[in-house]
Design a protein around this ligand. Structure first.
Ligand SMILES: O=C(O)CCC(=O)C(=O)O
Length: 246
């Protein structure tokens, strides 16, 4: 079975798959600088948000939306055929980027993003409509706050409950079953819209920066409060392409 088909079948079995390298090692420094500049610019224009602020220790996760609009190299990155070929293989020939976000977990301490399913928030019109590419600019390890996933639990929407200031989260996860999905800097994974996932604090001495592009089957509709209408006006349909450069 060709490598791409093998990855797609792993994705369907587990609900996520580590795909491989997207940003070559020699360009990581450049992309980290682009990320940091975009984060500064988001801060300057009050577009930087603090996610999941923990009341006790003020640990934070920084986030800004629509990262692909900050620099054409970020836009090209998420439209790279390594990403879109996989997403087309998973969601079908016509896809849109529904939402993009950049997430930075500051060094030494940072907040938790608790268990959730992305599609709980997007509320797409069918259960196989959403897949997200998670691209890391730094080594994502247990120490630095990598994603944790539950294999094979991506079939149904789960209920989310309010968890203090941490926002809505799933509180029925059997954490014994969770897997730390460590990833090298410049690599990416794809996870299903219904795959429960979380990330823990970054205790390492470097920031943990990630770019997340959420794609949706162009024939589906996002009905979630914050996403209604996005699918119609923000991202045009992405067609298959032979381009491979970033
Ligand atoms: O980057 C993180 O820590 C969390 C990302 C996330 O929740 C997502 O990919 O939907």
């Amino acid at each position: 079975m060709p490598a791409e088909r093998q990855k797609i079948s792993e994705f369907h079995r587990l609900g996520f798959v580590r795909v491989g390298e997207l940003i070559p090692h020699e360009r990581l420094k450049e992309f980290r600088q682009i990320f940091d500049d975009a984060l500064d610019s988001a801060r300057q224009y009050s577009r930087l948000q603090t996610l999941r602020q923990q009341p006790a220790d003020q640990c934070t996760v920084l986030q800004f939306e629509d990262f692909h609009t900050y620099d054409r190299r970020l836009d090209a990155l998420v439209r790279n055929s390594k990403v879109t070929d996989m997403i087309h293989g998973i969601l079908g020939d016509r896809i849109r980027m529904l939402f993009s976000q950049a997430i930075q977990k500051p060094a030494y301490h940072s907040g938790v993003i608790d268990w959730h399913q992305d599609d709980f928030f997007f509320d797409s019109s069918h259960n196989k409509a959403v897949a997200s590419a998670w691209i890391t600019l730094d080594d994502a390890t247990k120490e630095s706050g990598c994603l944790w996933m539950i294999a094979g639990q991506h079939k149904n929407k789960l209920s989310h409950v309010q968890k203090g200031k941490g926002g809505l989260a799933i509180d029925t996860i059997d954490e014994e079953q969770s897997i730390a999905v460590e990833l090298k800097a410049g690599h990416f994974l794809i996870h299903h819209g219904l795959a429960p996932h979380r990330s823990l604090p970054n205790f390492s001495c470097h920031p943990r920066r990630a770019l997340v592009a959420h794609f949706m089957d162009a024939g589906a509709e996002a009905r979630g409060e914050n996403y209604r209408g996005r699918s119609d006006c923000l991202s045009p349909v992405i067609e298959r392409s032979n381009e491979n450069g970033i």
